[in-house]
Design a protein around this ligand. Structure first.
Ligand code: ADP
Length: 535
């Protein structure tokens, strides 16, 4: 008499342990594996690093036939396949980097049932030849990775992803599992519609990373602020120049130039920092990456080019010296900290100049209007997060469609709630200074006018004769800078040519006294830290 095969869950756990060497599933992984292995569809929303790959790799091993994985990331396919092969999984890929002979060999292995997993680029999958081949091959399931690429609303729209609607039509009996780390409602609806997942259960794992402390401070002297933070909290340069005394971390900068400058400056201060950006030679980049992964306490100063596919568990901090592009970008970049679950910090400084810069870059780009509109909305969400007066984690999670019922107690705003003040009057003064000077001067000049400073420029323009000249003397420069920054962030002021500020339609209600404005007093320390540092 033969024993009944062990239930699916037990077989799944056994494979997880024997093939991958992991003791247990993480979060919803186990449920997803069972659903798909049993032949059902699934929509998986899980943050980056959450463990999406197992959700299709394991069911592919549990079901007869090959799991076909659609992925747009051709550059990563070879690595993924190599990793699987090291685990003893029969994996291969089909994309434009393969020569015809190698592609033919993969196709024969597919038809012969000699593969467990096959990674395919979407444009390759959609070729009539590949689809015919798949109809003749034993297919276990289709996994559609980076599924948000079907949506125009997302930042990664790929027209070929819309063609994947063909999977539901031609292979209705095979399970489809769609996976993404982009969770907003519109993207989700597009995925369901295009991939025919109306009846598929949604597996949503929380985007919360409770071990990360979020902090956003005002940019004053960014490099010094960064160094103070690294020294005070991450032991950087602690045991002398050139030694690896501190924690590993990533510092993100916007430009290659500022990456080089910041890395050089940190090195001069005895911090073990290496630069990384797309302009460096492949050898330099590989060396930076290897040092970061294999040595203790290396800090990589990088553009956003760094991080994709990097999996280092003990990154203790991610610092932003410049604003990221969107909250998705911020979440993804900061999410590289603390994958081991231990306390880690997401640290950022930003100031008025950053807001002006990104707004101007956006307005000046030659992207189609629709794209610009989406990017402007994303930027607004990011600035709303930066200027928030209440729990940052609540703001961040709300953006990803999740509700955190209580303030987190582990962000700068929970640690030190900022003062909120009715600054309607001050905002009116600032807006009227902008209006009266003709909507074309930058924040520096507007501040001079408000403070009644008779600079050469003020005198040359005759702005000392304006009724608004000197109306803001009761406050200092810092307050006016802060008011102007918040007015730009909140969309009352727009940035025009040469960084000139202009009042927007939204400003009218405020100027006419029809609206009140509660603004944040900038009481936060530059580093957002808990202790005053006397600077
Ligand atoms: P994602 O695709 O969601 O970004 P990955 O599938 O690449 O995430 O997984 C992220 C990391 O977590 C990988 O190093 C992976 O090996 C690890 N991992 C995934 N699931 C588990 C698990 N159940 N136990 C331990 N480690 C896991």
């Amino acid at each position: 008499m033969t024993a009944a095969p062990p239930p699916l869950a037990a077989r799944a756990l056994k494979l997880l342990q024997t093939v991958w060497g992991y003791p247990a599933f993480r979060g919803v992984q186990g449920e997803i594996v069972e659903q798909v292995a049993a032949g059902g569809n699934a929509l998986v929303l899980m943050p980056t690093g959450g463990g999406k790959s197992l959700c299709y790799q394991l069911p592919a091993l549990l079901r007869p036939g090959v799991g076909v994985v659609v992925s747009p990331l051709i550059a990563l396919m070879k690595d993924q396949v190599d990793t699987l092969r090291q685990l003893g999984v029969r994996a291969a890929y089909l994309n434009s980097t393969l020569d015809p002979q190698a592609a033919r060999e993969v196709e024969s292995a597919l038809l012969a049932g000699d593969l467990d997993l096959l990674y395919v680029a979407p444009e390759r999958l959609l070729l009539p030849r590949t689809l015919d081949l798949l109809e003749r091959a034993p297919v276990a399931l289709f996994a559609i990775d980076e599924a948000h690429c079907v949506s125009q609303w997302g930042h990664d729209f790929r027209p070929e992803y819309q063609g994947l609607a063909v999977l539901a039509e031609r292979f209705p009996g095979l399970p489809r599992v769609a996976l993404t780390a982009t969770a907003d409602d519109r993207t989700r609806a597009d995925i369901v519609r295009v991939l025919g997942l109306q009846d598929a259960p949604l597996f949503l794992s929380s985007f919360d990373r409770p071990n990360i402390t979020y902090r956003v401070g005002l940019k004053e002297s960014p490099k010094t602020q960064l160094l103070d933070f690294l020294r005070a909290e991450h032991g950087a340069g602690a045991s002398g120049a050139g030694t690896n005394g501190g924690d590993a971390g990533i510092v993100y900068c916007l430009s290659r130039k500022s990456v080089e400058e910041t890395a050089g400056w940190l090195q001069a201060q005895g911090v073990d920092a290496v630069p990384y950006h797309a302009g460096l030679s492949p050898r330099e980049r590989t060396s930076a990456q290897d040092r970061f992964l294999n040595e203790e306490g290396v800090i990589v100063v990088a553009t956003v080019a760094f991080g994709m596919g990097i999996d280092k568990p003990n990154v203790r901090f991610v610092a932003h010296l410049d604003l990221p592009k969107s909250l998705e970008g911020y979440y993804q970049e900061t999410g590289r900290a603390g994958r081991d679950g231990l306390p880690s910090t997401a640290w950022m400084v930003y100031g008025l100049a950053d807001v002006v810069n990104v707004r101007r870059m956006l307005a000046g780009s030659d992207a189609p209007e629709e794209v610009k509109r989406i990017e402007a909305a994303k930027l607004d969400a990011l600035l709303g997060y930066c200027e928030s007066a209440t729990c940052r984690r609540q703001k961040l999670l709300a953006y990803f469609g999740e509700t955190l019922p209580e303030p987190c107690g582990n962000c700068d705003l929970c640690h030190r709630p900022p003062q909120v003040r009715d600054l309607t009057r001050e905002a009116q003064m600032a807006l009227s200074a902008v209006v009266r000077t003709g909507h074309r001067f930058g924040a520096g000049h507007i501040t001079d006018v408000l403070l009644g400073r008779e600079t050469d420029k003020v005198l040359a323009q005759g702005h000392h004769l304006l009724p608004t000249f000197g109306v803001g003397r009761a406050h200092d420069e810092k307050l006016w800078r802060s008011v102007l920054r918040q007015l730009v962030s909140l969309g009352y002021l727009a940035v025009g040519d040469y960084s000139g500020l202009g009042a927007t339609g939204k400003a009218r209600a405020l100027l006419s006294g029809g609206e009140k404005l509660l603004l944040r007093e900038d009481t936060l320390l530059p580093s957002g830290g808990k202790k005053a540092k006397g600077r």
